[in-house]
Design a protein around this ligand. Sequence first.
Ligand code: GLU
Length: 419
Amino acid sequence: MHSPIADYLQEVLDTVRDDTGGEVAGYIPELAAADPDVLGMAVCTVDGRVYTAGDADIEFSIQSISKPFAYAAALTDRGFATVRAAVGVEPSGEAFNELSLEAESRRPKNPMINAGAIATHQLLVGPHATVAERFERARSFFSTLADRTLELDERVCTSELATADRNLSIAHMLRNYGIIDDDPHEVVEGYTRQCSIKVTVRDLATMGAALVNGGVHPQTGAQVVTPAVARETLAVMAAAGMYDSAGEWFTRVGIPAKSGVAGGLLGALPGQCGIGVVSPRLDRHGNSVRGIKAFHRLSDDMGMHLMESEPHGSTVLRSTTVRDGETWFALQGAVQFIGAESVLAAFQDDTTATGTLVLDLSRVDRITDVGRRMVLEGLRRFVLDGREVVLVDPDGKLPNPDLGDGTFPTVRAGTARGR
Ligand code: GLU
């Protein structure tokens, strides 16, 4: 069977193809020479499957889409406190190349604008790292995320460095305020090299998929960043990834994202997929015109807006039955906070003062840490009430079911499926 998903992506591209609005970035001469008609798209799922359409294997410079990944690398290399001391997490509401510093601390407002990204770049590796070491850290980290060796586009890099007055002046100001220690020319050289790494939309989708999968690479299985770093990176993308149209983007599309002036656009939907689109003509904010339209379609058609919720309530509590003097609570699906809350509410409603309570987990897919703690606390309270508690957990979904005092519920073997 030919995948309907690949066909759908092709259809999305076809519906935006005729829009020739916007201009290719003009302030970097080499980008001005880019083919404006390139149009490609890729989606990488948290299971590591990749779907593509259009120019999915054409390389372009990553530009500002490097910023969230460099931020993730800096958090990994230097820790949250050091990174926070140098750069904030507030949307600036200003253009990407404004200085946008906080009034008192003089920190750049966030790592998604140039000032914040320049400060972030100089945090890579360690305090005294060289330009080459910091660039190599970015290049090898991006390569790990893309699961292929990424290279520098020398022409774009040289071209941008020749016209980097604005970023140089930002770096000088950052040094003046003590936000960076390095020579401004060296920081801007390293940052510009980071921006000039060549990627495809397939790479972007794969890199994004690692962030939305708790930091675990969906194809290699490697833990590429900690869950905390992945979460922070996505949060900053949601707050400030789309330059001065971040608020409009998030209300309309609802997907954490980052755009770059070469026309790339990365979307990262937590727990679901990474999405890469490329189309070089940009709007006045510097975002890809057709890329944005493609994301509008995806968000609308596929229900990808993060703030969208469905009125189904929790389905974790599959059934409550009384059999042979035993009260059975059968759970199903993924047990997170609200699922566990529904179980605790059912426990609370159980007015049987005696008898055995059986918790049947045979249809549960997974229990999050908070789900586990809440369910165990409920069981502990039943035991305190003098009830016997039995666990049916054939797949070991509730490991180490310590009731908090070193005692464990009785584990009954066998599956109870069908109950
Ligand atoms: N290298 C570009 C710059 O610093 C990146 C800007 C962007 O993609 O928004 O100007």
